[in-house]
Design a protein around this ligand. Structure first.
Ligand code: 5GP
Ligand code: ZN
Length: 118
């Protein structure tokens, strides 16, 4: 069972923000912004590439609700999904990173010079 499935099952504790029957939001253990929440479906879905449109249709309003609960809906936030190896995905269970609570930097993510002007 993957680590996020264990959090869903209560085998591993998590600092929860919001949940319903199908989704769970909890604080990232290693935050990279003042507010760093992980939002997951309770069912095991490996990554964004394999999520069904039906599940995403329900996940979208849940993510919006989490942002509103944390008062990020007005101030703004960033939503990040790392998908697969090049995306830097470490936990193979679909999760959205909800980042906010400060003006976030937008910067180059590789050392590749050819992308510096993009
Ligand atoms: P990824 O690199 O897969 O997009 O992100 C995985 C995220 O999960 C990382 O930001 C990491 O800090 C977080 N994480 C890994 N294990 C745990 C855990 O056991 N509990 C919590 N709350 N976050 C975790
Ligand atoms: Zn899982």
């Amino acid at each position: 069972m993957c680590i996020f499935c264990k959090i869903v099952d209560g085998e591993i504790p998590a600092n929860k923000v919001l949940e319903n029957e199908e989704f769970l939001a909890f604080h990232d253990i290693n935050p990279i912004a003042p507010i760093h929440i992980l939002i997951i479906p309770k069912v095991h879905v490996e990554n964004f590439q394999s999520v069904s449109p039906e599940l995403m249709a329900k996940m979208t309003p849940f993510i919006q609700q989490v942002a509103a609960e944390l008062c990020l809906d007005k101030s703004g936030y960033r939503l990040v999904v790392n998908n697969g190896k090049d995306g830097g995905q470490e936990v193979p269970h679909l999760h959205f990173h909800l980042l906010g609570g400060a003006r976030l930097k937008w910067t180059h993510l590789t050392e590749d010079e050819t992308h510096k002007n993009l």
